[in-house]
Design a protein around this ligand. Structure first.
Ligand code: ZN
Length: 294
């Protein structure tokens, strides 16, 4: 997975799509972003982008919002499935791209793509067992085991863990399925619903951040015990509040209470729970990283 192939990437997001072509991570020849409108119009712009390039990539990776069907033998492989996003339920992403551009297409979730990108070129470099979490409007998680993204029955939905409540927190939670699950208590949307202001406006000394660290640290403890990741990368808008990192790290150590005997956790946790490093093009680089798996 080290050859500098010419690759295409499509970051398929609920609000915007990003397309890129190049030899990642350093040689990106063209990038285009546009808002997510109807499936036909949006996929048309994706196809136009690649057709207008002077070179043809060897393969294309799609990193999509979900839920998505990742099963190669399924009739709806390559589809976004039950999304509440208007007009996008059961939309075929892979089919039109493959048909119009006639090249191999890799398809995975945006968080699995991000995990692959950070593993190959970023903050998770060399960690074959890696966990990537994003705490933004929602909460998402992608994980690599032995260098491959986990799929499974559908794909992991790490945002909906049930966790013990923080002392004094009486917020009912805003997940439409579970109320007070992790996403319902600790996503950017939950912060806004609970306090009436966005995470970026919440002062650093606000009690809300101690609740936030509580839920995220409990989630991390569970992820560490189940997946045993070699590193955990935490990105997304909420994690831009960098004061959360030391608070989460020390809580994770306290919760584990010395049980997991790994130097990375006991003595090196500052390098174990870290922010991403691929920056503003991380999403589309993740898609290109998926293309490298073909
Ligand atoms: Zn939920």
């Amino acid at each position: 997975m080290n050859s500098p192939s010419l690759l295409g990437g499509i970051e398929a997001g609920g609000t915007k799509f990003v397309c890129a072509i190049g030899k990642p991570p350093d040689q990106i020849y063209a990038v285009e972003r546009f808002p997510t409108t109807s499936p036909d119009e949006t996929l048309g712009r994706v196809i136009d982008f690649f057709r207008s390039q002077p070179q043809v990539p060897e393969s294309i990776g799609i990193a999509t919002f979900g839920p998505a069907d990742l099963h190669l033998d399924s009739d709806t492989y390559g589809y976004i499935t039950t999304t509440p996003k208007q007009g996008w339920s059961y939309t075929d992403l892979v089919g039109p791209i493959r048909q119009h551009l006639n090249m191999p297409v890799a398809f995975d979730t945006d968080v699995n793509g991000a995990a692959m990108g950070e593993y190959l070129w970023g903050a998770g470099h060399g960690c074959k067992n890696l966990l990537y979490l994003t705490v933004g409007t929602g909460f998402g998680g992608g994980a690599l085991v032995n260098g491959h993204p986990i799929h499974g029955l559908v794909h992991p939905e790490m945002g909906h863990l049930l966790l013990p409540r923080a002392d004094g927190d009486d917020f009912e939670g805003n997940c439409p399925f579970h109320g007070a699950c992790l996403e319902g208590m600790a996503s950017g949307a939950a912060i806004k619903a609970r306090w009436g202001i966005s995470a970026e406006s919440l002062p650093a000394d606000h009690v809300g951040w101690s609740y936030e660290a509580h839920y995220l640290a409990h989630a991390l403890m569970n992820f560490i015990l189940i997946l045993s990741p070699q590193r955990i990368i935490m990105g997304g808008g909420v994690m831009e509040q960098r004061h959360l990192f030391p608070s989460i790290r020390s809580r994770v150590q306290s919760l584990l209470n010395g049980y997991v005997r790994a130097d990375e956790i006991l003595h090196g946790i500052d390098h174990y729970i870290v922010p991403p490093s691929l920056g503003s093009e991380a999403g589309v680089l993740g898609a290109m990283a998926l293309a490298m798996t073909l």
